[in-house]
Design a protein around this ligand. Structure first.
Ligand code: NAD
Length: 377
């Protein structure tokens, strides 16, 4: 009892639900953090090492991300204990059982995350009618295929550049990770005149000071190869991505990649965070003190969830992309203006902005988190 309430603070969590169904081996946790803005949207993660605390932290970051993006949604997250590569039949049983057991939890809309994809979202919709990130045949907008998050990220890059003394055209960019966020960021930035000098993936780094051929890299990844199989550059260790001289550095891979021990190796003047929590708190503080501009993850990478929320409302891909561009540009500017005016880190400014929005929404309710309106939450 006491343990569960260790997470409780002024924003939530509203509910922590334990889900257990031994007949199919389902063990899961749902955290609905804050729903003052509307039903929560957050990913369903399947991994062997998840925990209540991880689920809570991810749910909270969705509360802030959705509020910062101005979406009518709160933050939630669900985790299921298990190997995401389990046989498909077993995975279907577990995911369907989880969705069925939560059919009355209208406060949570399932989205894809590590270990789940559009097929899982289709099973969930079939069980309870509440999921985003659906296959195109069911009205989904394939956000990874179209690069929705990267599209938002480059809006953040463009706005951030207006606070710096160089332009995108002719700038040198390094991107860590060449998955859906990394590769589409490379494509969009290249189209706007930037030179992508290095990228990496789980096998290593590829570098060419004169620029990499992004189409050729796309083809390699499409064929299931690594960026280091590209012949027009120098192949380096995975970690070398941190040392390459550049103007803009984009993390688009794993958490905690930049920390207090390696942050001094970065030479960029601008860092726009595609990956979630790619830079530790201490390292981000050091970058701020050195005058490096860092656009926080939950501002820069909100394109995916904006796209998902638009899909839920039945929007088209074109409208979703326009909304992503508009929202991320405005939010990046607001955060950087607050940071400048108050002399605080952009992350502090972003948390302040998002928390104020959540608190305002809470103040408009009879109870701060619950609404008693039918079919609302
Ligand atoms: P992805 O799985 O498509 O791609 C990840 C890429 O990172 C792959 O190229 C992989 O080879 C590479 N990689 C893995 N470990 C690495 C390492 N240690 N060093 C360098 N490269 C490594 O994932 P994604 O969807 O592009 O997501 C990337 C990050 O962005 C994740 O942190 C994710 O949570 C975050 N994010 C994604 C979205 C989205 O819409 N996909 C939205 C918001 C945030």
């Amino acid at each position: 009892m006491e343990d569960m309430f260790n997470f409780a603070d002024e924003l939530g969590p509203s509910k922590i639900i334990h889900i257990y169904e031994p007949s199919v081996g389902l063990k899961g946790i749902l955290v609905v953090d804050n729903i003052a803005m509307g039903p929560s949207i957050g990913g369903l993660r399947i991994a062997p090492d998840v925990s209540v605390s991880e689920c809570f932290r991810l749910a909270r970051s969705m509360t802030l991300k959705n509020a910062a993006a101005g979406l009518p949604h709160g933050g939630g997250k669900m985790v299921i204990y298990g190997d995401p590569k389990m046989p498909l039949q077993q995975k279907q049983q577990i995911v369907r059982a989880a969705a069925a057991s939560l059919r009355n939890q209208e406060a949570y809309i399932f989205g894809p995350d590590m270990g789940t994809n559009e097929q899982c979202m289709a099973w969930i919709r079939d069980e309870n009618g509440r999921s985003v990130g659906l296959p195109r045949e069911l009205g989904g907008i394939p956000l990874d295929e179209i690069g929705a998050t990267a599209w938002g990220l480059i809006q953040a890059v463009n706005v951030a550049l207006s606070y710096l003394d160089f332009e995108l055209d002719g700038s040198r960019v390094v991107i860590q990770g060449f998955g859906s966020v990394g590769k589409h960021s490379a494509r969009f930035l290249h189209e706007q005149g930037a030179t992508i000098v290095a990228v990496n993936d789980s096998r290593g780094t590829i570098y060419n000071a004169d620029g990499l051929d992004i189409d050729a890299l796309f083809e390699l990844k499409q064929a299931g190869k690594s960026v280091i199989d590209y012949s027009g550059g120098k192949s380096l260790e995975q970690d070398a991505i941190i040392d390459i001289e550049c103007d803009i550095w984009i993390p688009a891979a794993r958490p905690d990649i930049i920390n207090e021990h390696n942050v001094d190796r970065l030479s960029a003047k601008l860092i726009v965070q595609g990956a979630n929590i790619a830079i530790t708190e201490g390292a981000e503080k050091q970058l701020y003190e050195k005058g490096v501009l860092c656009v926080p993850d939950f501002i820069a990478n909100a394109g995916g969830v904006i796209c998902a929320a638009m899909e839920y409302q039945g929007s088209t891909q074109k409208t979703a992309m326009a909304t992503i561009a508009e929202k991320i540009a405005i939010n990046t500017k607001t955060v950087l203006d607050i940071s400048k005016a108050e002399n605080i880190q952009p992350r502090e400014a972003a948390i302040q902005m998002a928390s104020e929005r959540v608190k305002k929404a809470m103040s408009l309710r009879r109870w701060s988190l619950f609404s008693s309106a039918p079919h609302f939450i």
